[in-house]
Design a protein around this ligand. Structure first.
Ligand code: SAM
Length: 323
């Protein structure tokens, strides 16, 4: 698959490679002990994705969070992707918004015959996907330097929730997919993030502030409920939605720290969105939760899939594909 940018394209090719703090309870974040790094400015066009404002510990903290988040639910997600049509021979798979390659690397290990392309708008983050088993491309999801009808799959994981308008990114995904190719979108919805027992209703105001902060930055933490409609509106057919659950029945409660811990709250405290009292409350509840041997948590994610129709917009059909 060719990934040559077309000048004057505002992208560059690198060779070689949400969301989703659903609920924040606190600290025990691996990033908490990392040396403080100066906050990086947000990457233009990355929507509400701004680790400096959402994750403690700068780049090191964000890498740890993305890694822990992928480790937590990859097995469930992979079996769902297979159920929704992912096969090793049906590639290439273009992972748009691949970030540090936490999922890319796992996909490559689980399906070594699947050809992978990892795309992200943030070159610094994408550089960490070097060696993940994919070709790396720095580009905006809404303007991909990839050929029409050249991909078998497009995967967007925890990316759409950050975009002020997901439609251009979905249209680009449709353009680069071969007829019959599949789009796979993994997301959350803040209103059904999951269940925890014991529950702490006193944290509801904190969670609402987190969602409002993302919304104010152009994101949408309730995008889960819109996924199938967004795919149909883009022209995808055979649209399906599957939930996946991750519980502490099969993994330690501490593995849920990226979602439930306070790592995501620290920047909100710094920005004055949360008070010290709120932060301390969340930290206390997380510490109570993780110390309780009977505590149970289930996080819910969603994967939506759709099929690219026969006639992609733009491009000309040949037996070999689109030119
Ligand atoms: C929450 S991270 C998810 C990373 C990766 N998908 C994962 O699950 O580990 C969101 C990613 O989307 C990327 N992103 C945000 N806006 C983008 C855009 N307009 N085009 C391409 N990537 C974008 C960010 O740079 C970031 O890497």
């Amino acid at each position: 698959m060719t990934t040559t940018p077309t000048p004057p394209h505002p992208t560059a090719t690198v060779t070689g490679h949400d969301d989703t703090a659903r609920q924040a309870l606190t600290p025990r974040d691996p990033a908490a002990s990392a040396p403080p790094a100066p906050p990086a400015p947000p990457v233009p066009n990355a929507g509400s994705y701004n680790p400096a404002a959402t994750t403690a510990g700068g780049m090191a903290g964000e890498l740890a969070r993305l890694e822990a988040q992928a480790a937590l639910s990859f097995d469930e997600e992979l079996s769902l992707l297979r159920e929704l049509g992912l096969t090793a021979s049906g590639g290439p798979l273009v992972e748009v918004g691949a970030g540090s390659g936490a999922i890319t690397r796992r996909l490559s290990q689980a399906m070594p015959d699947l050809s992978l392309v990892a795309v992200d708008i943030d070159p610094d983050l994408l550089a960490h996907a070097e060696g993940a088993g994919a070709e790396l491309v720095v580009a905006d999801a809404a303007d991909l330097p990839l050929e029409t009808a050249s991909a078998g799959y497009v995967l967007l994981r925890y990316v759409l929730q950050h975009l002020p308008d997901p439609a251009p990114a979905l249209a680009e995904a449709r353009r680069i997919l071969r007829p019959g190719g599949r789009i796979l979108v993994t997301e959350v919805d803040a209103s059904c993030w999951g269940l925890a027992e014991p529950a702490y209703p006193e944290l509801a105001g904190i969670h609402a502030k987190m969602a409002a902060t993302q919304q104010a930055a152009g994101g949408d933490r309730t995008i889960g409920r819109r996924l199938t409609r967004l795919l149909r509106d883009t022209g995808f057919t055979e649209v399906a939605l599957r939930p996946f659950a991750t519980t502490n029945d099969t993994r330690p409660t501490d593995d849920f720290a990226p979602h439930l811990g306070p790592g995501r709250l620290q920047p909100l405290l710094t920005a004055g969105v949360l008070s010290l009292r709120e932060f301390a409350l969340a930290a206390d509840r997380w510490n109570r939760f993780r110390a309780d041997p009977n505590a149970w948590v289930m996080l819910l994610g969603f994967t939506a899939a759709g099929t690219a129709p026969d006639a992609p917009p733009g491009g000309r059909h040949t037996p070999e594909g689109i030119q």
